[in-house]
Structures are given as structure tokens and as C-alpha cells.
Design a protein around this ligand. Structure first.
Ligand SMILES: [Fe+2]
Length: 300
């Protein structure tokens, strides 16, 4: 029976907060994975990981939302990617199981990036479950807005990564302040306002990436200069930070927190529109409104 083998266990199994990832087969040229990914997470396909190689994924159960086309991918469907010219992003809407056949070995650059983002997310996880969930949702929404606005590929990729860890600086703030019921004192709010600078310092230390650190630093700056920490205005704020601010504000308004009840998506959009051109870029607010509308239409 040369050449025939039965495998009873996976070759490698990784369990983390994103799900369970099993390597089932490793050949000279390709690998087969079984992935169980939790809702709220993302699946990302990037141009440099599939040059000249066809990658295939079969969805067994669950539901994915393909941000680039605004379409759901359902059980029984499959997707392929080869010679991509842009990053493709999928939000995991329900816990999803998929089998994936892909070219062996991710390129070094992506592995380093995934590890760095995971390290930063781990810092957030240790602090506060809400902040971690909020970062995941904000990251997914921000990238949907960026794709909808047809921003340059590099900008979308920056939003994709930094959106996921934009609040990493909150790992330096006490849980008591983060989860306090009722109004914060002036001192406590001053403490909260330090998180963009702390986040900047953490990103520089962990990733040594000045642009990512700048995005994290500027994610609470507002067009009219009333934001923090520097009070930057208009074009002095980078586009990625402006997109994250809108996604971040929408997610905060539509989430239950100790100090306020969740508002509906419509109420949150109305509130964001009332500050369009003052705090937020108007075209980003409208892109968010269209993104939320599109999500709803596909959910019908
Ligand atoms: Fe923040």
C-alpha cells in the first residue's frame, strides 16, 4: 500500500481568540487547513500571498460578508483567489467553518504582520473584553467604509490593521475608569485622553511603524480642532484616522455601555450627520450610512 496514508489527527492545531485553525495536510507545494473562525473576526486575502497560485476556500457552515463586493458567502459556496490586485476582506458574520487549500508557506512579511497585530490585540484582550470586541467591530466597519470610498489600496490596508488595535493605548488605563458607570471626573477623562499617545508609543515599540503609530495617535482628532491629543485640524489629520474616528463613534453609540444604552443605527447616523463637516468628514459619514444600509439590505 505504498503511497497511501490515513491521518487520524491534524498536523498542527492552533487555538486562539479568533478560533481554531488546523493544518490537515502539508505537501511540498500546498497545505489544507480546517478553520473554525468566530463571528466578529475577519478573513483577509492579500495580493502578495497568492502570486501565481490558486487558493481555494470551501465554506462548510456559518456566514461571511465579502466587503469588496457587498455579498454574503454562504455554506456550500467556495471562493478562489489568484493574482489579486487588491486586498480582499471578509467579515465573519456567524461562527464559520471553512476548508482552505493554499500555496505552502505565507510570505514572511504577512506572518510578521499577523503576529504583531495579534500581540497588540492580546494586550487589549487582557485588559477588557469590551475594548477587544469594539476594536474588532470598528476595524471591520472602517475597512468596509474605506473599500466603499474606493480609497487607495495602501490606505485600505492601513485601516484594516490599525482599526483592529486603534485603542491599544487603553491597556494603560485602569479597568475601573474604562468601565465606570456614570460621569467621569475631569481627572479620569484626562486619563482616558492619554490613550492615543500611549497607543502610539506601544505601536512604535512593538511594530516600529511610524505611519501606524501616527494613525493610532490621531484617531480622536476632529476636523475643527476640538479633538485630542493635539487638537489637529482638517488636512493635518491623516485619512485613515478620520475613517477610524467615524467607525469608532458609530460602534460606541450603537453599543451598550455602563454609562449609556445602545442607540439604533439610524439614531447614530443622524447624530454623526449633525457633526459632518465639523468633527467628521462628510463623505466618510455618508460612506458609513451607505455601508450600514447595504449590510441591512443583504440581511433581509
Ligand atoms: Fe479611542
Amino acid at each position: 500500500m505504498d503511497g497511501f496514508k490515513v491521518f487520524k489527527q491534524s498536523i498542527k492545531e492552533t487555538v486562539n481568540k479568533a478560533g481554531t485553525f488546523k493544518t490537515l495536510i502539508q505537501d511540498e507545494d500546498f497545505e489544507i487547513f480546517e478553520s473554525h473562525v468566530h463571528s466578529g473576526r475577519s478573513i483577509i486575502c492579500q495580493p502578495y500571498e497568492c502570486v501565481d497560485a490558486l487558493n481555494v476556500a470551501f465554506v462548510v457552515s456559518g456566514r461571511l460578508y465579502h466587503t469588496n463586493t457587498g455579498k454574503y458567502i454562504l455554506p456550500g459556496e467556495r471562493f478562489t483567489f489568484k493574482n489579486l490586485t487588491e486586498t480582499h476582506h471578509m467579515s465573519v458574520i456567524e461562527d464559520t467553518v471553512l476548508f482552505m487549500i493554499r500555496r505552502k508557506g505565507l510570505v514572511e512579511e504577512q506572518m510578521v504582520m499577523i503576529e504583531s497585530v495579534s500581540n497588540l490585540l492580546h494586550k487589549i484582550q487582557q485588559k477588557d473584553q469590551y475594548t477587544e470586541d469594539h476594536c474588532n467591530r470598528t476595524g471591520n466597519l472602517a475597512v468596509e467604509i474605506a473599500v466603499h470610498m474606493q480609497l487607495p489600496e495602501e490606505t485600505i490596508e492601513n485601516v484594516l490593521y490599525t482599526g483592529k488595535f486603534h485603542d491599544v493605548g487603553k491597556s494603560d488605563i485602569s479597568a475601573h475608569i474604562l468601565n465606570k458607570q456614570g460621569r467621569l471626573t475631569v481627572d479620569e477623562f484626562d486619563n482616558i485622553k492619554k490613550h492615543p499617545q500611549s497607543g502610539h508609543n506601544i505601536v512604535m515599540k512593538e511594530m516600529d511603524n511610524e505611519h501606524y503609530a501616527k494613525i493610532v495617535l490621531e484617531h480622536h482628532e476632529k476636523l475643527d480642532g476640538s479633538g485630542y491629543p493635539k487638537g489637529l485640524k482638517g488636512d493635518d489629520i491623516c485619512i485613515e484616522a478620520k475613517v477610524i474616528l467615524v467607525a469608532d463613534s458609530f460602534d460606541a453609540m450603537t453599543s451598550d455601555r455602563p454609562y449609556h444604552e445602545a442607540r439604533s443605527a439610524e439614531e447614530a447616523i443622524e447624530e454623526l450627520r449633525s457633526y459632518a463637516g465639523i468633527w467628521y468628514e462628510s463623505d466618510i459619514v455618508e460612506a458609513l450610512a451607505e455601508t450600514i444600509q447595504r449590510r441591512k439590505e443583504f440581511e433581509k
